[in-house]
Design a protein around this ligand. Structure first.
Ligand SMILES: *Cc1c(COP(=O)(O)O)cnc(C)c1O
Ligand SMILES: [Zn+2]
Length: 412
């Protein structure tokens, strides 16, 4: 079965065949949507088929993914995705929300959401016969690609800012990728990686550049659909909160829900809320101004995974909120740190960009964008082990005791 019809540009709407372009629209640089053949897919698979699947990874949605030619059903690392959804009672009480879920992505093999994109990308790279896969990254996308490439015996080159948290750099190195730490920002690393791709004929995974990353990320929307929407009877649209840097996770989620809608499998489109740090709020600024013109900022946030000057998937990220009755909210870094501590108390360990979504829920309640009857899900996109320095800021100091019971009694 051929599942893919081609690409469509998110700016000019022009259609392209899959072998006609590789990355962005040649006319205007717009991000390309992968256009699926929904009729063919619907003939091949049903909701019941998917619900009956014994596959507990993102590959349970292979029939809806743009890879896997017949006879080439290559799906590495069946440990990506199908992450847990929790309904922590203390957070419901603290927020007053009657229905609140947290979807925790930290259990992915490289401990962030990015594994979803990289798992799909290594398959795509193999299908197009690529040797070297390159990506720019603030850390997590690189770690995900490096880990996936190591597992599949493919070759990866990573450009990351030299200021990336040490744990992320350690991951890049331990997975055996070629690591180039750029003496500059993530945006510098991005531009350099694209130049290198062109100069050396590599295959580029960059977020907001390669159309296939969003296709991997959309699997989280499919999981939210199965784990929450099909499992619960919600009488209002689910409000999904997600942290936003380049804007590719949020546009991937939107794409996933749109796929389900096109197949007739989705009753209500969720409302999608993007959350940005005050110090890196290019898309939120455009949202507030009511324009689709996204101006770059000079990013300063300790949430390194969402520290972006010029979002590479900004337009689709903006529309994910405007087209679903969602919104954008911004949160200061101290609220991001506080949210790490709050999530920790219910057993979820988030890096700053991972706790940002929950900080956004609190902000949206504050601003009256959502109320206590709205069902809400916050996506925790990365593990706290990625950035121990930020975690220690949230956690405070441990007590030190002399090695005797008296000393313990004194501090109890
Ligand atoms: C990449 C990343 C994000 C943001 O994703 P974008 O596609 O850049 O918006 C959020 N959280 C974590 C942990 C990430 O690694
Ligand atoms: Zn275009």
């Amino acid at each position: 079965m051929n599942k893919v019809l081609g690409y469509q540009c998110s700016i000019c709407g022009k259609s392209y065949a899959l072998d006609e372009v590789e990355y962005v629209c040649p006319a205007d640089g717009g991000n390309l949507d992968v256009v699926l053949d929904y009729d063919a897919i619907a003939k091949n698979v049903s909701v019941a088929d998917i619900q009956a699947s014994k596959e507990t990874s993102m590959w349970r949605y292979l029939p809806l993914l743009p890879v896997g030619k017949p006879g080439f059903e290559y799906t590495p690392l069946h440990t990506v995705g199908w992450t847990p959804v929790y309904a922590p009672a203390p957070l419901r009480q603290a927020t007053g929300l009657n229905q609140l879920w947290v979807k925790d992505e930290s259990g992915n093999p490289s401990a962030s959401f990015k594994d979803r994109a990289s798992a799909l990308l290594v398959v795509r790279a193999r299908e197009v016969g690529a040797d070297v896969i390159v990506t720019a990254s603030t850390g997590n996308a690189g770690a995900a690609l490096a880990g996936m490439a190591a597992a599949t015996g493919q070759s990866a080159t990573i450009f990351a800012p030299k200021t990336a948290p040490p744990a992320k750099i350690a991951q890049l190195l331990i997975f055996g990728a070629r690591v180039l730490l750029v003496d500059g920002t993530y945006d510098d690393a991005f531009d350099l990686s694209v130049e290198a791709t062109e100069a050396f004929g590599w295959y580029c995974r960059n977020t907001g550049y390669n159309p296939f990353t969003a296709e991997g990320k959309k699997t989280a929307a499919f999981e939210i659909w199965e784990q929450v929407l099909l499992a619960q009877k919600l009488d209002r649209p689910l409000c999904v909160f997600v942290s936003v840097g380049d804007g590719n996770i949020i546009s991937g989620l939107h794409k996933g829900f749109k796929d389900l809608q096109a197949l007739g499998w989705l009753e209500h489109m969720p409302r999608i809320f993007g959350v940005q740090s005050e110090g890196s709020a290019a898309i939120a600024n455009a949202y507030q101004a009511g324009t689709e013109q996204i101006d770059p900022v000079s990013a300063t946030t300790l949430a390194d995974s969402i520290s972006v000057d010029l979002p590479r998937d900004g337009l689709r990220a903006l529309r994910a909120a405007t087209q679903t009755g969602g919104a954008y909210v911004v949160v200061p870094d101290d609220e991001i740190i506080a949210a790490i501590a709050t999530l920790g108390k219910v057993g979820v360990f988030a890096e700053p960009a991972g706790s940002t979504a929950y900080a956004g829920v609190l902000k949206a309640l504050d601003e009256g964008l959502i109320g206590s009857d709205d069902p809400v899900l916050a996506l925790v996109t990365g593990s706290g082990l990625k950035d121990v320095k930020a975690a220690m800021q949230a956690a405070g100091e441990a007590q030190i005791v002399a090695p005797n019971l008296d000393a313990v009694r004194k501090v109890l």
